[in-house]
Design a protein around this ligand. Sequence first.
Ligand SMILES: *[C@@H]1O[C@H](CO)[C@@H](O)[C@H](O)[C@H]1NC(C)=O
Length: 217
Amino acid sequence: MRFVQTSIAIALLASSAASAQPDFANGDLTGTVSSSVVPAPWFLWQKTPDTCDPFGPFNNTPTPWTLSPNGGTFVRTGGDSGVNSEALAQNLTGFTPGQLYTIEFSQTNLGFEHPSTGDWLGMDGFYDVLVDGVVVGSSSVLSKPAINTDAISWSAASVSFSAPAADLEIAFRVESALGTGLAAYMGIDGVRMRPVPAPAGAVLLGVVGLVAMRRHR
Ligand SMILES: *[C@@H]1O[C@H](CO)[C@@H](O)[C@H](O)[C@H]1NC(C)=O
């Protein structure tokens, strides 16, 4: 029994030692309201995303933008196909290659009121998640509010991927559901990374259990 208890203690120690996990710095995208700037340490990956509060920049509607569940500022991105779309990114270290991770974030479709004509523009849109420049998944498609005076609404998105290396560049790029042509205007906020719990722990516990049964006989 002593051997079994020692094994369990070692297993617990090993799992707590491995608990330092990669996550985004400033995942809440808190920064200074500005066009063509994203909050540090995020960087512009493609074109010029903006840091916004309820009033913009680029909120030409009479309705202030509702904030995401984590509040503060958020990032606005516009674009049609991937090559023409605004994207932000962050470089992270400390991944375990081959391990599955899930990225969770809040997304919204802002629409776009033309500043001079007042036309209510913007397509259905979604976010691609790119790891080292490769799309590993996309969020679900969201439509803009029906009319410019409707409040925007935020929803939860998640994308899982297997880490190809220990150090990764992770980018979020808006796309229009139409593809090339007319742009979608989306907001992103509250970006988090967590490892997908591996079944290895359960297997280890199973082995410990077998050893315990054998010793008991
Ligand atoms: C992020 O990582 C990529 C890929 O290694 C590199 O090209 C880029 O310069 C890095 N950017 C920053 C801001 O560190």
